[in-house]
Write a protein that binds this ligand. Structure first.
Ligand SMILES: Cc1cc2nc3c(=O)[nH]c(=O)nc-3n(C[C@H](O)[C@H](O)[C@H](O)COP(=O)(O)O)c2cc1C
Length: 175
């Protein structure tokens, strides 16, 4: 995929569609050491925090990826062009504890420019992030009834904020 560096102020992402309807692969670990895992994420955001470009992801504690998010200092989120729906569905329904999802989906990890976690050659957008904050959702802070319905097992997500260190995307992502 032909990606180029895009500065955050020139980045254009259809955010709700990209997260909720299409999804990203959240990848965390050490590419050089061959230790990383990936999973599909549909909840998160892109924005600005503490005067820095920021990406937010939320990960339930029993995900295998959670262990990597706890151990490693950075992560990437990769978006894919149409035609990769099956791969996203697979990586969102199988655990890296049980299968080699990346191999099964025919995806090709690629080294990042600023972080140790890899992106994927097949992605049309890769956002490299360095972790700067985490917190756990607290049910007594929920201000709307519909939120708790997402947690029948009380497995409240851990939220991670990442400072965006680099963005590589196809031309359509540049303003
Ligand atoms: C479309 C879609 C979106 C998802 N979004 C999230 C998410 O934002 N956070 C989360 O913890 N799990 C999410 N999941 C579930 C994980 O991707 C899934 O449990 C995955 O198998 C975990 O893999 P792992 O055990 O290798 O980490 C999503 C799944 C799908 C299919």
């Amino acid at each position: 995929m032909k990606r180029q560096g895009i500065s955050y102020s020139e980045l254009r992402v259809p955010v709700y569609r990209s997260w909720s309807e299409e999804g990203f692969l959240l990848t965390c670990g050490d590419h050089a050491a061959g230790k990383f895992n990936t999973m599909t994420v549909g909840w998160g955001s892109l924005g600005c925090m503490w005067k820095r470009p920021m990406a937010m992801v939320v990960v339930r504690p029993h995900r295998y990826t959670y262990q990597f998010m706890e151990e490693y200092p950075d992560f990437t989120i990769s978006h894919f062009p149409s035609g990769h729906g099956e791969a996203l569905a697979y990586c969102g329904s199988h655990s890296g504890r049980d299968v080699n999802k990346i191999e099964e989906c025919g995806l090709t990890p690629v080294a990042s420019s600023k972080v140790g976690s890899p992106g994927f050659e097949e992605a049309d957008l890769i956002i490299e992030c360095s972790k700067i904050y985490f917190d756990d959702f607290k049910p007594d802070h929920f201000l709307a009834d519909f939120i708790e319905e997402n947690y029948p097992a009380k497995d409240y997500h851990r939220l991670y904020l990442g400072e965006i260190k680099a963005v590589f995307g196809t031309e359509e992502y540049r303003i």
